[in-house]
Every structure is written in C-alpha cells, then in structure tokens.
Design a protein around this ligand. Sequence first.
Ligand SMILES: Nc1ncnc2c1ncn2[C@@H]1O[C@H](COP(=O)(O)OP(=O)(O)OP(=O)(O)O)[C@@H](O)[C@H]1O
Ligand SMILES: [Mg+2]
Length: 294
Amino acid sequence: MAHAAYFENLAPRMASHYLRSRRKNKIRQGFLRIVCSKWYWVVPALSCAENPLRENKMKSGIKLRGKESACLAAVPTGRRRARGMLVTFEGSDGAGKSTQIRRLQARLEKLGRRVMVTREPGGTALGERVRHLLKFDPAGRDMRDETELLLFSASRAQLVREKILPALARGEVVLCDRFVDSTTVYQGFARGLDAGFVERLNRFVTAGRLPDLTVVLDLDAAAGLARAKARTKKTDRMEAQRRSFYEKVRRGFKRLAKAEPRRIKVVSATGTEEEVGARVWKLAAKKMGIVGIS
Ligand SMILES: Nc1ncnc2c1ncn2[C@@H]1O[C@H](COP(=O)(O)OP(=O)(O)OP(=O)(O)O)[C@@H](O)[C@H]1O
Ligand SMILES: [Mg+2]
C-alpha cells in the first residue's frame, strides 16, 4: 500500500521539483548576467589599476583616505607623470639653502613657471607651531631623540598633505627647504635611531612621494655655522649641536647621495652666492628640461 501511495504522488512531486529547479536556474542565470555585465567589472578594475604608489601603500599597510587618494592620483607614477615637480634642498645649517631657493624661485618665475616655496619643519600653521617647539621653545630643551623624530615627522605629514601634494597636482614647482632626507640623516644617521623604522616612518609621512631632485649644499660644518651665526645672533636648538655632529651630518648626506645618485646631487656650497647659484641652476634646468638658458 505504501508503494501505491508513493507512486500516486510521484507525478505532482516531480512537477513541483521541476518548477523549483527552473526557478533556481533563473536566479542563477540572473546572477551571472549581473556579474558579467561590464559595469560591475569597471569599478573594481579601476580601483585595482596599476599604481606603484598605491601598491607601495598597500604593501606597507597604509590605507588611503579620500582627500589623500585624490592627491595621489595626480602624483607622478611610472605610467603617468603629473607636471608638478618637487625639488628639495638639504645640507647643514648655514650652507645657503634659503638663499639658493630664493634665487631658483626668481629664475623659474621669470620663465613663467608657477613656484611654491615652503620649508621644514613648518610650512603650515600647525607645522610652524611644531617648528617653534623643535627650535626655540624652552620646553624642548630636554627633548629626546625619539620625540624629535616624531615632531619633525608630524610637521612633514601635515605639509605633504596640506600643501605639497595639492601644489604638485596643480602642476607647480615646489621648492622645499629640507625634507625627508634630513630625517634620514639627522635622526637616523647622526642620532643613531633605528634606520629601518625611520625609513618606514618616512614613507608613511610622505605618502611615498620622494622629491624629483634633491640638492645637497655641501659645506664644511665650521664654515656653515659661521655663515649662520653671521646672519643672526639667535642660535636654535638644532644649531647648538657639537661640531662632530655636523661632520656626521655632512658624511650622512654624502652617503645618501651615493645610494641614490639619480635623485640626490651634492653641490659644493663654497664660493659666492652666484657661483653656487649657477651650479644649482644647471641641475634644476636639466631636470626640468629647460634648455638654452645658462
Ligand atoms: N655662497 C655664499 N657665500 C657667502 N655667504 C653666503 C652664501 N650663501 C649664503 N650666504 C649667507 O650665509 C647665511 C646663511 O645662508 P642661508 O640662510 O641661505 O643658509 P641656510 O642653509 O638656509 O641656513 P639655515 O639652515 O640656518 O636655514 C646668510 O646670511 C646668507 O646671506
Ligand atoms: Mg634657511
């Protein structure tokens, strides 16, 4: 009897199974149609588009935020170069960085280039407060090396995002008085803080944006300090370091230039302002593709 009942209900059960599987198939087909339609591939494809900076950031575990990623879109990468150019000036105190930046700015503006000049630490309202802490505030007298590293980095993180990346995105030439190499040399090499950590921190702080050209003005430490002292009687906390510290800084910049010869150029800062200016111009003009103007 049981068998009879089974066969009696077989037909309606088969019919209902058939209908259910048709419904499932329809849902499956609908899903496939959605996945295969091109619009659903364009978005992930765009967000994964090859961008070395973005990859770097992902590797280092740094997440991009909205405004920052908008700026990075205009940052030179291997495939697409924005027109902006970042030129940084390094060297020991009194070597003539500010003087040469002013000269280069004037020459570039004469040629119609838009130039933004900024400095480190500082360059933003927040950064200028940090600059005061680092250089002049009596509260900084007992500053530890680790604190110094983080304060310089804080100022730079703000400057990069608030000023430098937007200026580069607008196609401007940015001339920056000291930048990331100062941290590598002063806090890493001369103060002896963990070089690997300093490098990772630098990458985080700069959003991976290295300068296109770094001019290291090289001058004997004593001569540099003499120039700085002649300019002003006020000595800041960094300038009050021992002579051996400055010699180490000088060696550090030279070593860095050897490691990255395409980006970092050591320029002798001896001679008159005009003589040094001519050396700087030669390098900057070459990098910017300016020909025929010496
Ligand atoms: N080639 C040069 N010959 C002689 N004096 C110079 C030369 N270049 C700059 N100076 C003078 O040396 C002093 C220091 O120059 P400048 O302020 O440009 O150096 P700096 O590297 O910016 O110093 P700091 O690190 O303290 O900011 C200034 O008084 C400047 O006029
Ligand atoms: Mg200066």
